[in-house]
Design a protein. Sequence first.
Length: 283
Amino acid sequence: MKKVLVTGAGGFIGRRCVALLAGRGVEVHAVSSRKSCDLLDPGAIDDLVGRARATHLLHLAWIAEPGVFWSSPANLAWLEAGVHLARRFFHAGGIRAVGAGSCAEYATSAAPCSEAATPLEPETLYGEAKAAMSFALRAAARGRGSWAWARLFFPYGPGEPPGRFIPSVIGGLRRGERVDCTHGRQVRDFIYVDDVAAACVALLEADASGAYNVACGEGHSLREVAAEIVRETGRGELVRFDAREAPAYDPPSVVADIAKIRALGWTPRVGLREGIRLTVGAA
């Protein structure tokens, strides 16, 4: 029977992946926090892999604190831990591993980001560490098993950590507070979190190796996203664009080409309007 080791199992995406896997009758060994297993400790990783005896690995754990993760030195610690985990997993007989990457690995591009055509030229420490981890996973799997790299774009949905754009706008409007935004013309490829989890599980169950964009394949400006939130909550007068400076790393457009993962049979099911409705309803 397939047995899956899931790191980051208690996180925004991880808990949904665990639920999907359990619903398929898969045996899951879930690591949800550093309290249950300190993945930054090589000895703890060795013990975890030995106890889990997993056939498959879904590695989601990484630093994700909003406003911090882009430049935190902790990215290098998580890279080191991920490399060690991947090596130990395959040396222990694991047959397939899937890791969570980021669109931040790509060079800034006016065209949709393509796994085959868009260069990997990250502009942040986070993007650099994620790109390095993708190569490390490929190397660890060589001659031992298969691998996939889920290059996530902009997940959102109920339970998204506060401090990111969508929960910040929803929270501010619900509290009747002014929401100060940048110019809002940035275009992003938002994807509902349940679709992200379904993509991760689809990649875990596939055989092909490689990197796959996980997104909707459609771009929406932050102004459009805010308008959808206002549609559900009202109080649009509280949203103030051009009220603060954009961050240093803020490309004008980040949209994915998702033809590669569609070929595996996965497709996003929740559009932006429905996703915002579900997110506001759960807030």
